[in-house]
Design a protein around this ligand. Structure first.
Ligand SMILES: [Zn+2]
Length: 283
């Protein structure tokens, strides 16, 4: 019914906002209703600033993957975080580690840049007493990046820390066994998150825990399937190399093609003269 809203392209990657994302600003609006327009605007701006950092975190994963020749279909922002849809996860452990750490690394860079920016423009640190209006905005964004980095590094597969754990386990085990162990640890962490969320009344944390468990199970099923397929049918065949480019002479000759060519979709012979189709000859 509702489509995702396209934000634009970051580094050539289509970035979308999922329809459910708007529940978050709506929630903030309800929570801060009646506290004055300034406060409401301030809180909304904070949410959008944090989700810009979430988008940049995902861009970090996407750019690291691109360095290994892996494309990203899109980045989508949900109310509980962002997802970069990589075409595939690198199977070489150190590459998976690099791609997983690139996201949190972006948050570290943003947090450092905010600290340096505050200091350079004469403002105090985000942990100072009696913050002014700039510090009151930049401070929480700084802390949000610290939390984004730390939280994503929890060893809860398929979160970033869990991916690092799986990759490190895969150094001395099969990928399947490493995934099983990482999903097991991830499930324990997810249960802890869910219980903590329930105790604190934090619905967001409970949703993240459910998401971690669900996606972890799905990825485990996928690794099991791929492993089984490889056992049965052997490794996938190498990609067919693309033909070498024609030299300019040959390409010109091909463009001037004269003769008959079979069109398989319309099931007719087509007569070409000097690279132009001139008439159909029914078979
Ligand atoms: Zn991440």
């Amino acid at each position: 019914m509702f489509g995702s809203l396209k934000l634009g392209k970051f580094f050539g990657i289509d970035t979308y906002v999922h329809p459910t994302f708007w529940l978050l600003p709506l929630f903030v609006l309800i929570q801060t209703f009646g506290t004055g327009l300034t406060n409401v605007g301030f809180n909304l701006l904070f949410v959008f600033a944090v989700f810009f950092c979430v988008a940049m975190h995902e861009v970090g994963h996407a750019l690291a993957a691109r360095a290994y020749g892996i494309g990203t279909r899109d980045i989508t922002l949900y109310p509980i975080g962002g997802v970069a849809m990589l075409e595939r996860i690198p199977e070489q452990p150190w590459r998976e580690v690099a791609v997983a750490l690139a996201g949190p690394a972006v948050n570290v860079v943003i947090a450092l840049a905010l600290l340096i920016g505050l200091a350079a423009s004469g403002f105090g640190a985000p942990w100072g007493d009696e913050p002014n209006v700039v510090e009151r905005f930049v401070g929480p964004v700084f802390w949000a990046n610290v939390v984004l980095c730390g939280f994503n590094l929890l060893p809860a597969f398929p979160m970033d820390g869990g991916r690092v754990l799986r990759a490190l386990l895969a150094l001395c085990r099969t990928r399947l066994r490493a995934t099983e162990l990482a999903v097991y640890v991830g499930t324990v962490v997810a249960v802890g998150m869910f219980v903590t969320g329930a105790a604190l009344g934090e619905l967001g944390l409970m949703l993240v825990a459910a998401f971690v468990w669900f996606v972890g199970q799905a990825e485990l099923a996928n690794v099991r399937m791929v492993t089984e397929a490889r056992r049965l049918y052997g490794p996938p065949p190498p990609l067919i190399p693309s033909p070498p480019p024609l030299d300019p002479e040959a390409e010109l000759a091909a463009r001037r093609f004269s003769g008959l060519a079979w069109d398989p979709t319309r099931r007719v012979w087509v007569q070409w003269v000097n690279g132009v189709p001139v008439r159909d000859i029914p078979a």
